[in-house]
Design a protein around this ligand. Structure first.
Ligand code: F6P
Length: 327
């Protein structure tokens, strides 16, 4: 370990995700382990612009491992998108003698770090934290496992009432433009159909599938809909289906921000701990302009240029499984 870095700053940015606190804890403790001073920046790039910095020690991150949300708070900053905003942020980093940055967040956080490196040569490593699992270069993002478990728990509960009333439910899950939460919560929750942005959906085929189930004495059905699909929201799809099928009374449930909260699963806590430590080690080793990832259970360091604007494709196997199970 070359120990090039003397003082880092860490922050969370974009939508919060369960496990961000576990990642922060790992960054702080690994920094101290390697004799690096560590500052926390509140409210992401907004706090960087406003100078909202605080030095952290081992105790600052006690009892946060199990907590959802982010104790550093998060924001989406419009000012940071401007050159003037970034200059203010840089001046605050200089004032605090920060010589390395770790951002915990999604693709917006990477773009910010990339810009700071391009314009001011501040080394930065990103830790992927978003429930969407929509980032190339990593099999999993922090928070995705917890959010998917939350969705499955909700789907199971909806199934109870759907069964009792012989109803058809359309359940909308988050994911922005990615179908990861939908495909896996749909498989785990036994959905009759899963609608994701990565695949074309034919309403006629969907209606046929629902009707086929009803013909085979299926008394209720669940359809999981990813929020970012081209066929529309769960509400819009339900309306289109209702126009063509009258087998079931139809209901729509939008899970929404419920999926962002809650205590992280063991998987997200361990993933966040590994990624937080890897980020400090990569930075201290002279790596920059990169994102930590987990690929085939190994920590990797991806250059931003290789992963930015790349899709994280849904694996063919999940699509195949969903199709077989929903006949
Ligand atoms: O990126 C995480 C996410 O929860 C997406 O799944 C969702 O589309 C979006 O953030 C919601 O953003 P906001 O919290 O700003 O409404």
């Amino acid at each position: 370990m070359s120990n090039q870095i003397k003082r880092i700053a860490v922050f969370t940015s974009g939508g919060d995700a369960p496990g961000m606190n576990a990642a922060l804890r790992a960054v702080v403790r690994a920094s101290i382990f390697y004799n690096i001073e560590v500052f926390g920046i509140y409210r992401g790039y907004e706090g960087m612009i406003d100078g909202d910095f605080e030095q952290l020690d081992v105790r600052s991150v006690a009892n946060i491992l199990q907590r959802g949300g982010t104790v550093l708070k998060s924001a989406r900053s419009d000012e940071f998108r401007t050159k003037e905003g970034r200059l203010k942020a840089y001046e605050n980093l200089k004032k605090h003698n920060i010589d390395g940055l770790i951002a915990i967040g999604g693709d917006g956080s990477f773009t910010g770090l990339h810009k700071l490196y391009e314009e001011y040569k501040i080394p930065g490593i990103c830790v992927p934290g978003t429930i969407d699992n929509d980032i190339a270069g990593t099999d999993y993002t922090i928070g995705y496992d917890t959010a998917t478990n939350t969705a499955v728990e909700a789907i199971d509960k909806i199934r109870d009432t759907a069964l009792s009333h012989n109803r058809l439910f359309f359940i909308e899950v988050m994911g922005r433009d990615s179908g990861y939460i939908a495909i896996n919560s749909g498989i785990a929750g036994g959905a009759v159909a899963i609608i994701i942005p990565e695949q074309e959906t034919s309403i006629d085929e969907l209606v046929e599938k629902i009707n086929r189930g009803a013909d085979k004495r299926k008394t209720s059905s669940l359809v999981v809909v990813a929020e970012g699909g081209k066929s529309g929201s769960a509400m819009e799809i339900a309306e289109k289906v209702n126009e063509k099928s009258s087998y079931f009374e139809t209901k729509v449930t939008i899970l929404g921000h419920l999926q962002r909260g809650g205590s992280p699963t063991y998987f997200d806590r361990v993933l966040a701990s590994k990624m937080g430590i890897a980020a400090v080690e990569f930075l201290n080793d002279g790596k920059t302009d990169s994102m930590v990832g987990i690929v085939n259970n190994k920590m990797v360091c991806n250059k931003f240029d290789d992963i930015m604007n790349q899709p994280h494709a849904i694996d063919e196997e999940s699509l195949r499984i969903a199709k077989i199970l929903s006949i």
